[in-house]
Design a protein around this ligand. Structure first.
Ligand code: RUQ
Ligand code: CUA
Length: 645
């Protein structure tokens, strides 16, 4: 089914009359759509169309040029890929439980997963016999910035399922902070302040709730509140919040540290699909950071759940926000790397709306109207979701229902909007397989967009891979955008469900090879060891707590192929904490500690320490072993816990 750019018979025509009807119908019936062929649809007659120059082959032993940070969706994790090979390099457990590393089982990971929860949630979980949630739903991984460029410090990601965000340290590629956002419900959109550096993490509460959510006003959705939050990226505490009208979807920040934009659906403030899509328009909210900070500083806030909150709702007519009308139910929100524009993606409308950041000064000053901030509105296809950029003035929009990446030119779109009907901004439409959600290009979320590679994260793979039963993998496709024409070069099956990904040049990311034994991650263990009069990595000793004689701490270290303790004895009913320090300082020499039949498992990297606590309730010989293949005598790396009756 080929199509010349923007002209002739389009799939839109084939789908029927009303865009909205077609789109909603399409959303419901997507799985039943016929798979179209894999033909590359190119723009006809592009003058001097050059062959794309990228080479996606990375031979054995060669390293990739880019890191990809992939959301793991409702798997709750983050994945690290190498690009262009698309090889999966690592999985970073975040909100999920992870069997290899014991994430969610070790004391250190449990602390990270639980300490940032609200008191109400801690209370609720305690009643369920839990310390944290066992799952998460990650969408938007973003790397921290300094002056609009990636700085390699952190990757942040949201958890829609349990209203949290997390921070991953890029030096060790491990999660070090998890925070639940109060006064919010389901954190979806997440982006970072780009300038002067990532001081804030901006988080959208997608669902609107009554505040306080204590059983009052449940039947009056008009009184529900949407919430935009700014989290201090260093302390991982909520800095301030803004009440908004409508359901916040995605957001993005400018390159000057002044404004943040957020797409909103359900300006109708209903609770059913019909109510939420009743009006032909919704809005994007623009937040004025300086005005909000000034109000917070002056104490002109309400304190709710310990957080300063300002009222930026439509009817409050504050200086904190402006509401720019866009077509019904917009979705993606993407700032251009030149720092000038933000693209608001239509979803239910076949268009995207482009707002110029610089016009917001006049808008907030009351000199121009909301609609005057819009500088382009190109029509791209059915279901535009997200847009990315090549740094050469071109934009690439994922079009869900048409299953295409549409390349278009920003300057031409602006010309067209200003009245020149002779220009067509659309350069090429490339079929992808199938129903693409997010798309992102190399370095495109930073001012250093380099226009080499683009990924299309397709929600459906259908017939593209060997059949693995009713649940199919997603299909993350790699597209070469270095030339005039986009070229599909790779199909990448992935497990549920990469919503979004960023592609970061390897020069920006510099992880360590071996842990620093004094890393803050191990601070609690060092402190406890000090109290016990021992030194981590040197001690092989069983210490019974002086105050609570049921508590036993077992200190040992590991050096391939042995634990420093081949057996230890405890009594039935003891609460045992095993602390293992890996004293090997060789690259890639990770050990583990698994206790058979006790739900005990942890990863201990080179020069790292880790601990885990359990009840010794099973009398008899209980073996522990190293589960990380570390040596020719790895199988022999084991010991016995002798539990006395
Ligand atoms: S969203 S498929 Cu969760 Cu980023 Cu658009
Ligand atoms: Cu240590 Cu296997």
């Amino acid at each position: 089914m080929s199509e010349k750019h923007g002209q002739g018979v389009t799939r839109r025509d084939l789908l029927g009359t009303g865009i909205k009807v077609a789109t909603i119908g399409g959303l419901a019936g997507v799985a039943g759509r016929v798979a179209v062929g894999g033909g590359v649809v190119t723009a006809a007659g592009l003058p001097g169309a050059a062959q794309a120059s990228g080479n996606a082959d990375v031979p054995p032993g060669q390293l990739d040029e880019y890191y990809g940070f992939w959301s793991g969706g409702h798997s709750g994790e983050v994945r690290v890929l190498g690009l262009p090979s698309m090889r999966e390099l690592m999985r970073i457990p975040v909100f999920n439980r992870e069997s290899a590393s014991g994430w969610g089982l070790t004391n250190e990971s449990k602390k990270i997963l639980s300490e940032g929860l609200t008191p109400e949630t801690k209370e609720y979980l305690k009643k369920q016999g839990m310390v944290t949630f066992d799952h998460g739903d990650t969408h938007h991984p973003r790397m921290s910035y300094t002056d609009g460029a990636y700085d390699g410090r952190y990757v942040f990601i949201n958890d829609k399922a349990n209203t949290r965000i997390a921070r991953i340290r890029c030096d060790i590629m491990k999660t070090d902070k998890v925070l639940e956002i109060p006064n919010a419900h389901a954190i979806h959109g997440l982006r970072l302040q780009r300038f002067p550096k990532t001081g804030y993490v901006f988080c959208n509460s997608e669902m609107r709730i009554p505040l306080p959510n204590d059983g009052t006003n449940m039947n009056d959705p008009k009184k529900y509140v949407g919430m935009f939050s700014a989290v201090d990226a260093d302390t991982m505490k909520v800095a301030w919040q803004v009440m908004v009208s409508g359901n916040l979807d995605n957001n993005d920040s400018d390159y000057h540290g002044k404004y943040v934009a957020a797409t909103c659906y359900n300006s109708e403030e209903g609770v059913t699909t019909a109510e939420m899509t009743g009006s032909p328009t919704d809005h994007a909210v623009f937040f004025n950071i300086k005005e909000i900070e000034a109000a917070v500083k002056a104490g002109k806030v309400k304190t709710i759940s310990g957080v300063p909150v300002v009222d930026g709702r439509k009817e409050a007519k504050s200086q904190f926000t402006r509401y720019i009308p866009v077509a019904n139910s917009p979705h993606g929100c993407n700032a251009t790397p030149d720092g000038k524009y933000v693209v608001l993606n239509g979803k239910l409308s076949p268009t995207v709306t482009v707002v110029e950041w610089a016009k917001l000064d006049d808008l907030f000053a009351g000199k121009i109207a909301e609609k005057d901030c819009i500088v382009a509105n190109p029509e791209l296809g059915l279901g535009p979701l997200h847009t990315t950029f090549d740094g050469r003035g071109n934009c690439y929009t994922s079009v869900f229902l048409d299953s295409q990446i549409v390349k278009w030119n920003m300057a031409d779109a602006i010309k067209q909007y200003s009245g020149d009907k002779s220009v067509n901004p659309v350069r090429q439409k490339l079929d992808v397989h199938y129903q693409v959600g997010h798309t992102n290009a190399s370095m495109a979320e930073s001012k250093e967009a380099d226009g080499k590679w683009l990924v299309a994260l397709c929600k459906f793979s259908k017939d593209r891979f060997l059949n693995v039963g009713p649940l199919k993998p997603e299909n993350d496709q790699l597209i070469d955008i270095s030339g005039d024409e986009m070229k599909l070069v790779h199909d990448g099956p992935t497990f549920a469900e990469p919503h979004d990904a960023i592609i970061v040049h390897k020069s920006k990311v510099n992880p360590v090879e071996i842990y620093n034994p004094n890393d803050p991650l191990f601070a609690d263990l060092h402190a406890q060891a000090k109290k016990d009069g021992v030194e981590l990595g040197k001690a092989s000793v069983v210490i019974r707590d002086k105050k609570d004689s049921k508590k036993v701490r077992v200190y040992m270290f590991s050096q391939a192929p042995a634990f420093s303790m081949t057996d230890f004895t405890v009594k039935k009913g003891d609460e045992v904490t095993v602390i293992v320090t890996n004293i090997d300082d060789i690259v890639d020499l990770t050990h583990g500690f698994t206790m058979v039949g006790h739900n005990v498992c942890m990863e201990v990297g080179p020069q790292a320490s880790a601990s885990i606590t359990f009840k010794a309730d099973r009398v008899g010989v209980q073996y522990y072993y190293c589960q990380w293949f570390c040596h020719a005598l790895h199988m022999e790396m084991q010991g016995r816990m002798l539990v006395e009756a």
